[in-house]
Design a protein around this ligand. Structure first.
Ligand code: PLP
Length: 428
């Protein structure tokens, strides 16, 4: 091990040679605090703030005319944002729409894509799934009069942290109608091979959709080229569009013309929406999956935020994200893996199997997270033993990472974590 890689000076050196370092100045970072939670709620940028304020002002000055006369007319806003977001996930411009919320979009997509027939009735997911997705899939089965116990197949994890692609492929039997899997697992940060899984699902005659909540905006995808059937994600994590921001969904072009599962007037073909026809005709693109009027004030920040992504470049962001997480893993391995520290990395070490965050495991994770917070480091805790740390390439510096590792060391050296209760807060 090279001692100079562990120094504060080396962290500063990494920041000096970081071509994305200047974007940090576009964000509202709390002075004296290190934000490592951008994978739960991304921070506000000046661009997102300006876009929101300008929408508010247009409402003030234009009233109803904002639908047609706002600088970006509200009537086309969700489609326009979909077009701008499409390159981040490798979609064609009309394959993405910004609408609804993540969980509701999963419902909406399943209502269209899950068609149990003959012996092909099952939905495939995984046991490490985000609970909301599992609840949604179970309720979709119930809506079809099917027993979730029998028809929701969960791929098992061998180590409690990660999934093996070969186990998922083995579970894709001819009874599976649709598979719904995460791109990046929310706890361990493992990135699955979406291209391989899509190929395998289609070989076995199943449709496949992905939850990109923990990869959109930090890992580039090629949804169109990989032939992914559908995908959905939230815009308030790495995409920094604000708490509860409107979410996004992707529908592959080959499925255009299919009726949306939960139709509404906002999914009607755009040019005739105001004909108020009583016979539904879906829009030509992913826009058909909208139901009602878009929440303009909740879409607005995304417009500002996407401008940053366009300028910074998704490939460059991914490269910096991997450099940040590699550096974090390296520092923990080098200095904090043995006694008395005993921190363990729960995230795959191969870059191509890693998303944007690192799962640091410790049996005292709850109290260590509390102690970090008191020192101004914002992590998040995921039960039972994970401190999730997300260095966000747009606004986290290498020096931030270095300081976080120093704090992880000091809270053990001083045993200050023992001052905190073992129970966690309601919102972890
Ligand atoms: C954050 C997250 C969601 C969020 O769902 P909401 O409907 O926006 O609350 C869904 N799935 C995964 C995997 C997530 O990480």
């Amino acid at each position: 091990m090279r001692q100079e890689f562990l120094t504060e000076e080396f962290a500063r050196e990494l920041d000096r040679s970081d071509e994305l370092a200047h974007w940090r100045g576009h964000f509202y970072l709390k002075p004296g605090s290190i934000y490592m939670d951008g994978n739960s709620l991304g921070l506000l940028s000046r661009e997102a703030e300006a876009a929101l304020l300008s929408s508010l002002n247009e409402w003030k000055t234009l009233g109803i005319d904002g639908w047609t006369r706002a600088e970006q007319p509200w009537f086309y806003l969700a489609e326009e944002l979909g077009r701008k977001e499409a390159p981040l996930v490798g979609a064609e411009p009309d394959e993405v729409i910004v609408t609804g919320s993540t969980t509701l979009n999963l419902h909406n997509l399943m209502a269209a894509f899950y068609r149990p027939e003959g012996k092909r009735k099952k939905i495939l997911a995984d046991e490490l799934n985000f609970p909301s997705d599992k609840y949604a899939l179970e309720s979709q089965l119930r809506l079809h009069g099917l027993d979730p116990q029998e028809n929701l197949v969960l791929v098992r994890s061998r180590d409690g942290r990660t999934l093996e692609e070969k186990d998922i492929i083995a579970a894709l039997t001819d009874e599976v109608a649709v598979a719904v899997l995460p791109s990046v697992l929310y706890r361990s940060g493992q990135l699955l091979n979406l291209s391989l899984l899509t190929y395998a699902a289609h070989e076995k005659g199943a449709l496949i959709g992905f939850d990109l909540s923990h990869s959109a905006g930090v890992v580039p995808h090629k949804l169109h080229a990989w032939d992914v059937d559908f995908a959905f994600w939230c815009n308030y994590k790495y995409l920094n569009a604000g708490p509860g921001a409107a979410a996004s969904l992707f529908v592959h072009q080959k499925h255009f013309g299919r009726l949306p599962g939960l139709a509404g007037w906002w999914g009607y073909r755009k040019d005739r929406q105001f004909d108020m026809n009583l016979t539904f005709e879906p829009a030509a693109g992913a826009g058909a999956w909208q139901a009602g009027t878009p929440p303009v004030l909740s879409l607005a920040p995304l417009a500002g935020s996407l401008a940053l992504f366009k300028a910074a470049g998704m490939e460059r962001l991914r490269a910096k994200s991997l450099a940040l997480t590699s550096y974090l893993i390296y520092l923990i391995d080098a200095g904090l893996s043995g006694p008395p520290y005993n921190y363990r990395i729960g995230t795959p070490r191969e870059p191509e199997r890693r998303g944007g965050h690192v799962a640091v495991e410790h049996e005292e994770a709850v109290r260590l997270s509390a102690a970090l917070k008191r020192r101004g480091v914002i992590p998040d805790f995921r039960p039972p033993n994970v401190i999730r740390l997300a260095p966000v390439p747009l606004y986290t510096s290498f020096h931030d990472v270095w300081q976080v590792v120093r704090h992880l060391k000091e809270i053990i050296d001083t045993r200050e974590y023992e001052l905190f209760p073992r129970e966690r807060d309601t919102v972890a």
